[in-house]
Design a protein around this ligand. Sequence first.
Ligand code: PEP
Ligand code: MN
Length: 372
Amino acid sequence: MIVILKPSIDIHSSEYRFTLDTLSQLPGIDIQMHRTQGHLEVIHEIYLIGDTEHISIENIEALPGVSRVIRISAQYQILGRHPKATQGFEFTYNGVVFSQNNLNVFAGLCAVDNIENVEVMMRSLHAHGQTCTRMGAYKPRTSPYAFQGLGKTCLPYVFEKAGKYGIKVIAMEVTHQRHIEEIIEYLNQAGNPTGVMLQIGTRNAQNFELLREVGSQKEFPVLFKRGYGITLGESLHAAEYLAHAGNHNIIFCLRGVKSLFGPPHRNMVDFGHVPVIRRLTKMPVCIDPSHSVGSLERTPEGLSDIFHATAQGVISGANMVLVDFHPFPPTAVVDSKQAIPITNLGWYLEDIAIARDAFEKRVLLARKKLNA
Ligand code: PEP
Ligand code: MN
């Protein structure tokens, strides 16, 4: 059940306190607060989690601070886009806005390999006006003998260079609570020059304990990658674990699914699901064309399949692109076949802008036709 409070209610007012106290005392119900800064006003929602069947909507609507109440029958209680509650989850983290209405690009290193490459990457991103990146420090690999990432040893220079080049958010996979503690420790040591988005990798999509741990901290937003061998519904339920634990700042990432029909791509590209996630949930949607496509093969015009897949996701409304770049791709220690040379960053960003522009034109056309 979602309780929507009166617009711009004063959180110090007695009506607010009374409403919150009353809801907190409902037996067997946990409450979660969600605050969204809309264009004109702040929207306060209170999620009642648990068996809400017996709770009367009329009684809750009679509370002084309440504007309206929505009973949720949908399975994705927090993340689902419920009829009548069309507002998406928009949040701002370290000055960067994440929403179903905009687009952020996270181009960067799949795996950090050395300080020089981090410097080259950050400098290039900055030169192209970018404020977000990806930098893998902890790399869960198929084989225990493969390079496992530099771990915490690279964090001091990754954070320092990010600060130097105005990078605000770094997407970084974590596989254990310890990694979050290390990230906090090294961010603090560096004087918090940047922010981090915690990434849940596809292999951990149903690691429910990890999801609970990552979801129960609110400092960092979360990038949740769909499971590569489970249904979309199962991945959405898994993302709901994060929200249920308390963190609503979640971005859902499509990264392809394992299939015998995927090759010659690394995975079966699943960007046809971008509109599905935007329709079913309030989460911004990310696409990862690098891990979906997995190679830099090109079509006759010279555009690589990764460029094409990116455009396909963006033209249908993707809100974030997570993509592997490298200063010298053949030398990359992880996923070298799919890393785009950093010299092509400008071209890639221009190509994305064309696709985003086309998406926005499609939205305007749809509005015109539907209102005609
Ligand atoms: C990654 O983004 O570096 C990664 C390992 O992705 P995935 O979990 O989708 O395989
Ligand atoms: Mn990778």
